[in-house]
Design a binder for this molecule. Sequence first.
Ligand SMILES: O=C(O)C1=C[C@@H](OP(=O)(O)O)[C@@H](O)[C@H](O)C1
Ligand SMILES: C=C(OP(=O)(O)O)C(=O)O
Length: 415
Amino acid sequence: MQKTISPKAVSGSILIPPSKSVAHRALICAALAHGQSRLSHIGDSDDMKATIGALSSMGASFERDGDTLIVTGTGGVPKLEQCTADCIESGSTLRFLIPVFSLCGGAVTLTGRGRLLERPQTVYETLFASQGHSFFVDKSGVHLYGAVKSGEITVDGSVSSQFITGLLFTLPLCDGDSIIRITPPFESASYVQITCDVLSRFGIVVEQVNDNTFRIPGNQRYNPCDMAVEGDYSQMAFFGVLGALCGEVKSTGLSQDSLQGDRVICELLEQFGAQVDRSEDSVCVRRAPLTGQVVDLADCPDLGPILMVLASFANGVTHFLHAGRLRLKESDRIAAMEAELSKLGVDMSSDADSVTITSRRPMTAPCIVEAHNDHRVAMSLAIFARVAEYPVTINGAECVNKSYPNFFEDLSFLK
Ligand SMILES: O=C(O)C1=C[C@@H](OP(=O)(O)O)[C@@H](O)[C@H](O)C1
Ligand SMILES: C=C(OP(=O)(O)O)C(=O)O
């Protein structure tokens, strides 16, 4: 699908979609619970479909009642001779469910498409090998056999926090207690705080001993829980940047005491110079002169692409640090943004772990750019297009379905 976005000053209010990270976790806990949970405001992105589909393969059942999903859990992981599930393109679904599904004791195959099966699984490769289990990835999927066992597990913190989250779902169900020791740097650490919070709502106890160590008692049970999913700060970032660049945008449906690491977008917008007003459940961002900054992406990698757009319009240089894991997402997000922003006149350079944005030449004609099959690249380019000098056409814009199927409708709703 091609989308052409024209420049336009905007103002208005947007109800931000539910947090994908919270929703994945709530679905998994509810599916493992003994009984029925009611989850409201889950959303219907492809990533949610992936998690719901996979958990259905395990035996959990899901029934819609308006905006509420009624989940009947399996009460732990049932014994299955084999289990196959399609994770579509969701890294979270795949990495969260690998160790959970291992507990079924049978042969597990998790499939996917796009770049999903190329994204690293190193932590699990090492873990399964060390426990004498089988684990391999080929073009048809991730194949594993053998139930993850409790004990002391050391995890490299530099690849993805999603491995740690997957183990935190799994180890409470094992016989015996466990300790996870994370080898620093522990990046995207705030996502693990979201995991611990959702686990506790479903009655699971996890003790964080220090920054890099978690103690997990074994033989626990997931209790059912009713919960509503809060708004997603990673998605609010697109509208926050739009407000900062060309008008006034109010994002609603957000929690002010959220554990989402991407909530830092509010402080970052202020540091760049935008006017940011917070109220109980909303954040309003207004345009103001912007100045380049130093931004550390270690705990908020998903903000990288849209902050590169913000930096393109700021006066002075912006340096992004600890950006390396942006190369391991739905696309190599640094290479993708560099390729497309350079077509749009932005002077950007990068090395393995950092990005520099120096300046921007105003566009002199309409331009066609590529989404690289990456929702965050597509949405970032759309925001750029709203504030540019000429229309920008985005090829492959349908990839927004991964996290935000109504993104273009919401964008056009702002007048
Ligand atoms: O746990 C989560 O919900 C996520 C963790 C992050 O991944 P990494 O830990 O791989 O950085 C983030 O990029 C992803 O979009 C969602
Ligand atoms: C990287 C992302 O998600 P996942 O890792 O779940 O595919 C994302 O939503 O930007």
